[in-house]
Design a binder for this molecule. Structure first.
Ligand SMILES: NC(=O)c1ccc[n+]([C@@H]2O[C@H](COP(=O)([O-])OP(=O)(O)OC[C@H]3O[C@@H](n4cnc5c(N)ncnc54)[C@H](O)[C@@H]3O)[C@@H](O)[C@H]2O)c1
Ligand SMILES: [Zn+2]
Length: 366
């Protein structure tokens, strides 16, 4: 199945997302046309290198495609400038030229770092996203946001760089640990909550099939989420307008992640963030009564956390949000739902501020 991300401006940055099983085996044939290169740098992390990376490079060689593996230690803690610098230096050392391409094989951490390497290497080379986690398949591999975390906050250094192709091989999800699968589902719940009440009902109904990894259910989930994310980013490539609805849950989530120093998975932090931000929307009179409860219940069924960790109390989170706000030269803004499947627009803006007192009360659970 192919879903096209049709970017309006510049038109030539549009690309296809392929969803299927066994696609990794066909990668050598699939990358050639959208991302032609004399040599490919396959960038991956230490876990995925062992599971799939080495095999992929061998397969490329069999297909007479010149490919080399570049790996870095797995984990959000390594989504840093240092990893970006080391990978770039290693490519230079191996004399990769402007005619090279990058293949980002891994979860969101790999996609973000490898994408940033591709965006900056010799002022930019083309790249392909090969997401291997559910979260990366339905979220981080689409939209062209690349970058790294710095001490001042998450994703503060980066670039927009659209991939030439996204290759989502559902077969790779078979090795994904359950908490990582659940973390991906959190972003699927987000897609449903912001754009599609029927999809939300599907996630409620098909809970057992999704958590046991039934192929049909997973395929439908990935397809619908990809359609939603691709539709939103295609209309607003640089995040000036409606794309902001994808940030539902993320204002609180980013503060949680920074406060607990990434001890919580991104998807889990998003689940917590949505639970509190939906409640905030109700308290502000924006969301219909019961919206927050329904979102919270669904997240809980998928084994996702919906309460703030003890190590991230309201005061600490508010302080982190203020710092993040300063770093981004803006205000603390929230993308809030009106109901399951529909987001709130404040005039022409899809995000809004909230009185600090109210945010504090909601975070404190009062
Ligand atoms: N660029 C964007 O638009 C965007 C959007 C959402 C999230 N993100 C970023 O994505 C990151 C989170 O991504 P993630 O959750 O994929 O984390 P991740 O990349 O750290 O992957 C999670 C873990 O799963 C392992 N893994 C990956 N694929 C596997 C497989 N098939 N089988 C077994 N293990 C596997 C990884 O090695 C890692 O240990 C965060 O840094 C977040 O900021 C970016
Ligand atoms: Zn996210």
């Amino acid at each position: 199945m192919t879903i096209r991300v049709a970017i309006a401006e510049p038109r030539n940055t549009s690309y296809d997302i392929l969803i299927g099983r066994g696609l990794l085996a066909d990668l050598p044939a699939l990358v050639n046309a959208p991302c032609p290169a004399a040599r490919y740098a396959v960038i991956t992390d230490s876990h995925v290198a062992t599971l799939y990376g080495k095999k992929l490079v061998a397969r490329c060689h069999d297909a007479t495609l010149h490919a080399e593996l570049f790996e870095f230690p797995a984990g959000e803690a390594n989504k840093t400038r240092e990893t970006w610098a080391s990978l770039s230096d290693r490519l230079l050392q191996r004399q990769f030229g402007r005619d090279c391409g990058v293949i980002a094989l891994g979860g969101g951490v790999v996609g973000d770092v490898a994408g940033f390497v591709a965006a900056t290497y010799l002022r930019g080379v083309p790249y392909v996203q090969v997401p291997t986690t559910l979260l990366a398949m339905i979220d981080s591999s689409i939209g062209g946001k690349t970058g790294v975390d710095v001490p001042a906050g998450k994703n503060l250094l980066g670039a927009f760089h659209q991939p030439r192709l996204v290759l989502a091989d559902l077969g790779l999800l078979g090795t994904l640990p359950a908490p990582q699968l659940a973390a991906g589902v959190a972003e699927a719940v987000k897609h449903a909550a912001i754009a599609d009440a029927d999809y939300f009902a599907f996630l409620e109904r098909e809970h057992d099939a999704v958590t046991t990894g039934q192929p049909d259910a997973l395929e439908q989930l990935v397809r619908r989420s990809v359609e939603i994310k691709a539709g939103v980013v295609a209309a607003d490539e640089r995040e000036t307008g409606r794309r902001a609805i994808l940030n539902f849950g993320h204002t609180v989530a980013h503060a949680v992640e920074a406060t607990v120093k990434f001890a919580v998975l991104h998807g889990a932090a998003v689940a917590i963030g949505m639970a509190y931000e939906a409640r905030l929307a109700e308290v502000l009179g924006i969301a219909a009564a019961g919206t927050a409860d329904r979102i919270r219940k669904l997240l809980e069924r998928y084994g996702l956390p919906v309460e703030l960790p003890k190590s991230a109390p309201a005061d600490a989170l508010l302080a982190t949000m203020q710092l993040d706000k300063k770093a981004r030269a803006g205000t603390v803004r929230f993308a809030l739902p009106e109901a399951v499947g529909r987001m709130h627009a404040d005039g022409s803006s899809w995000t809004m501020t909230a009185p600090e007192r109210v945010v504090r009360e909601v975070l404190a659970g009062r």
